[in-house]
Design a protein around this ligand. Structure first.
Ligand code: NAD
Length: 322
């Protein structure tokens, strides 16, 4: 094991602190990497956009435990853990294993054999399994660990991690994930984290559309949205959207619907996850009629120019056009 006690990071000898190579300082990754720094780890970051690396370094002035790498392989040289938070599976594969067409080598060629690779991106489960097959051939440990909790959760260190990997690998990465999140689940073997995540998000899409539909039907029949929400919350229709994320403007404070559907979880990201859910369903011929309908609704909503809005804006698309 690279570090017998990774949670004991504030070590007087910097060389003995847990070393992380972190790839992808976007909306999610920047907050996650900052929490690793806060926990006392030595963090070397890399992003294709140099401006993202510079912004991260500027947030940690005079901190010798925070470094920026000019090239991906520089970041992993001494890493105990390699974390990726990238847009899609193709980015993770090319980062790990290189790209034949451009002749670039992947970071797996430069990482110590003791390093554990953790991919937190949301990618297809089959891609995570393909990556694991290649990692096994290279003798490297790998786990998928997609997240739920959004940009706010990434910044606050309150993400939910849904991991897939061997018992041994997941127990090794747990202390690292605990510095970035408050719930760490182990769903099964590699790929299971991705499957569990998209099952949850498919249900989220369905329940948000269904809740919006019920609220609009009530309003079309003269019932106030807040009154209807209170009735459903105390009845069998109660759900997460009604409790903390009401899609109807004005019913709840501090939610995207009461802020012009700004912030939150974008329609286009929900579409990405629903696409992954449909691809996963197709592999085993799983029946997902509700998920498939939700995918069509969100896709149409995006095509109508709403891709950048929070996903609860699906409510707007269900308004009667009279
Ligand atoms: P983002 O586009 O803001 O960030 C991705 C970053 O990766 C960018 O800065 C990009 O420059 C960088 N990048 C791309 N290829 C790279 C490479 N080869 N090496 C280094 N850096 C590279 O995306 P995000 O919103 O941070 O999402 C990241 C992942 O997390 C996605 O898979 C997304 O589905 C998932 N996710 C996002 C949210 C959310 O609310 N944003 C919530 C849960 C999960």
């Amino acid at each position: 094991m690279a570090n017998e006690n990774p949670s004991a990071n504030i070590h007087s000898d910097p060389q003995k602190r847990t070393k992380i190579a972190f790839f992808g300082l976007g909306n999610m990754g920047a907050g996650m990497a900052a929490n690793l720094v806060k926990a006392g780890m030595r963090v070397c970051v890399y992003d294709l956009l140099e401006s993202n690396v510079n912004a991260f370094l500027n947030q940690h002035p005079n901190n010798k435990d925070v470094m920026g790498a000019a090239q991906p392989d520089e970041a992993v040289k001494e890493a105990d853990f390699v974390i990726s938070m990238l847009p899609a599976g193709k980015h993770v594969k090319s980062l790990y294993f290189g790209d034949e067409t451009s002749g670039t080598k992947g970071i797996t060629a430069s990482a110590p054999s003791s390093a554990v690779f953790i991919d937190c991106s949301t990618i297809e489960a089959s891609e995570a399994r393909d990556i694991n097959q290649q990692m096994l051939l290279l003798g490297l440990a790998f786990a998928d660990a997609p997240v739920s909790g959004g940009v706010a959760g990434a910044a606050a260190g309150t993400l939910t991690f849904i991991t897939g990997g061997s018992e041994e690998t997941v127990s090794r990465i747990r202390p690292v994930l605990e510095t970035m999140g408050k719930n760490i689940f182990h769903a099964g073997d590699v790929g299971a984290g991705q499957v569990a995540k998209i099952c949850n998000n498919m249900l989220l899409a369905i329940l948000m559309a269904g809740t919006s539909e019920a609220l609009q039907l009530a309003m079309d029949n003269g019932i106030d949205a807040k009154v209807m929400s209170d009735i459903m919350k105390a009845s069998s229709g109660n759900n997460w959207a009604l409790q903390v994320y009401n899609p109807c403007p004005g019913v709840m404070e501090n939610v995207p619907s009461s802020n012009g559907y700004k912030g939150g979880f974008m329609v286009d990201l929900m579409n990405k996850d629903l696409g992954l859910a449909m691809a996963t369903a197709a592999k085993h011929q799983s029946l997902v009629p509700m998920g498939s309908l939700a995918k069509s609704l969100y896709q149409l909503h995006s095509v109508n120019g709403n891709g950048g809005k929070d996903f609860s804006s699906i409510f707007e698309s269900l308004k009667a056009k009279r």
